[in-house]
Write a protein that binds this ligand. Sequence first.
Ligand code: COA
Length: 172
Amino acid sequence: MIGQSSRNFRIRELAPPDMPALRSLLEHVGIFEAAEIAVAEELLDAAVAGSRDYLVHVADTAPAGGAVGHVVGYVCHGHDPMTDALYDLYWIVVHPDARGRGIGRALLTHAEECVRLAHGRGIVIETSGLPRYEPARRLYETCGYSKAAEVADFYKPGDAKLIYRKTLVNTV
Ligand SMILES: CC(C)(COP(=O)(O)OP(=O)(O)OC[C@H]1O[C@@H](n2cnc3c(N)ncnc32)[C@H](O)[C@@H]1OP(=O)(O)O)[C@@H](O)C(=O)NCCC(=O)NCCS
């Protein structure tokens, strides 16, 4: 695990007791459709079962002594098997009550550190062009991601797929 303690939250690897909180978080976000939640849960299930294809890190409010804290967000990334060393950012979520405190940025930065450690060349993120994904798009742009492509009417008519990319300079 890459240790990271920051402000009043920490980022750590997924643990089995996190699963109910993560399922609840996906419901509480309020912007995901049922099919999206089902996919997100599949990835979480694979990760907790030990798959190395989906790597999940959780942000929690850290209690003293290293016990499992209150989960406030997570990020899921993994190597894209069609590439030599590009990684997909599959999911990033912060609880609505915990937003605007740098947790999303810290989760994304943490995933980038993991990719660097794995000698990855960069990260690709697919997201929607709908207004409710504006905070996510701003997060990606703020963190140095550029829009590489846009596929109109992808998810449904009027709902484009936007593809963001960041090249990572390997320092490890
Ligand atoms: C996107 C998301 C993860 C951001 O989490 P967060 O913890 O609030 O983000 P941070 O506080 O780390 O913000 C980092 C940067 O992102 C941008 N940002 C985040 N929320 C924003 C908002 N509502 N409006 C504009 N910019 C925003 C800002 O540039 C911000 O930097 P700043 O605080 O220096 O201005 C959160 O809004 C979320 O969970 N959204 C719903 C889930 C989602 O859409 N996930 C992506 C698709 S899977």
